[in-house]
Design a protein around this ligand. Structure first.
Ligand code: NAI
Length: 292
């Protein structure tokens, strides 16, 4: 399969904008789309600010930074994805919404295009089932923030071809990442293990075992995690964490995956974490997007 040079990214929030930034810095052409035009404008500003910081810190030369920005094109219409070789979906973690998008992308994308999902937990096989090209649908799960984290978890759906797997693996490596491969089961590898830990941290808080600060300090200093689980949940987004727990609970059918009522209540209250300025913790200023 030929080298994939034009990458479509759907969804311009923290993950989509980070993926777009990573790809343009690697010299790929990126078409970025979000159904919310304000989210698209925020994505462009945040990518531009991150690239300026990389230049200021000497991680990127000024011409390389300028070229990277030239590689980014924000698009207003899904039809423009016709030019893309690989389309990476990074929209809201909802199976129904993602399926609707995959069905639309399947009609628009060129026959050879690969449709990849950055989903944290949703079945790639089921997303592929709404397309006419299940062998060209794959999971490409970046970690947050994509420009910094070293891993991409690749998920093979039931019908993903070897050729598509190899193409996406080499794209991930071109982006400077280490690849792990998961079969298509709820939560894959990373979130299958991480999210029950975060959920348990919520239960620990909910049942009054300890304060949020002591839970986070315990896990940071006691187990050498760079962030405590509650702090990490705020960073990921409590809405995203809850969606993943629901997928684990429904998909694996065990009560140990039942979302903690406190997590549910925070999401009901709109306390989504850093992106909303409040989650487990209160953030003083406009939720920072920790990008390089
Ligand atoms: P988010 O939920 O904060 O933002 C989603 C973006 O998609 C929004 O800008 C929204 O306007 C846009 N959107 C929603 N429906 C759309 C549609 N039909 N067409 C076009 N745009 C649409 O999401 P976030 O946190 O950026 O995550 C995106 C995906 O990446 C999710 O599947 C999530 O599970 C996954 N992910 C999230 C991580 C995290 O730490 N937040 C880490 C790794 C993966």
């Amino acid at each position: 399969m030929a080298e994939r040079e034009v990458i479509g990214v759907v969804g311009g929030d923290q993950m989509g904008s980070g993926i777009a930034q990573l790809a343009i810095v690697a010299g790929l052409h990126v078409l970025l789309y979000d159904s919310d035009s304000e989210a698209l404008a925020r994505a462009t500003n945040s990518i531009s600010a991150s690239i300026s910081r990389l230049v200021a810190k000497g991680h990127l030369s000024q011409p390389a930074g300028d070229n990277a920005m030239k590689n980014l094109k924000c698009i207003q219409n899904l039809e423009e994805f016709r030019a893309a070789d690989v389309i990476i979906e990074a929209i809201v973690e909802s199976e129904d919404v993602k399926k609707k998008l995959f069905s639309e992308l399947d009609k628009i994308a060129k026959v050879s295009a690969i449709l990849a999902s950055n989903t944290s937990s949703i079945s790639i096989t089921r997303l592929a089932s709404v397309t006419t090209r299940p062998s060209q649908v794959i999971g490409m799960h970046f970690m947050n923030p994509p420009p910094i984290m070293k891993l991409i978890e690749i998920i093979r759906g039931a019908d993903t071809s070897d050729e598509v797997y190899i193409t996406i693996k080499s794209l991930a490596e071109r982006l400077g990442k280490t690849v792990i491969c998961s079969q298509d089961y709820p939560g894959f590898i990373v979130n299958r293990i991480l999210m029950p830990m975060i959920n348990e941290a919520f239960y620990t808080l909910y049942t009054g075992v300890a304060t949020k600060e002591d839970i986070d300090t315990g896990m940071k200093l006691g187990t050498n995690h760079p962030m405590g689980p509650l702090e990490l949940a705020d960073f990921i987004g409590l809405d995203v964490c809850l969606s993943i727990m629901k997928v684990l609970h429904e998909g694996l059918g065990d009560n140990k995956y039942s979302p903690c009522p406190l997590l549910v209540q925070y999401v009901d209250a709109g306390r989504f974490g850093r992106k909303k300025g409040i989650g487990v913790y209160l953030y003083q200023k406009e939720p920072a997007k920790s990008k390089p």
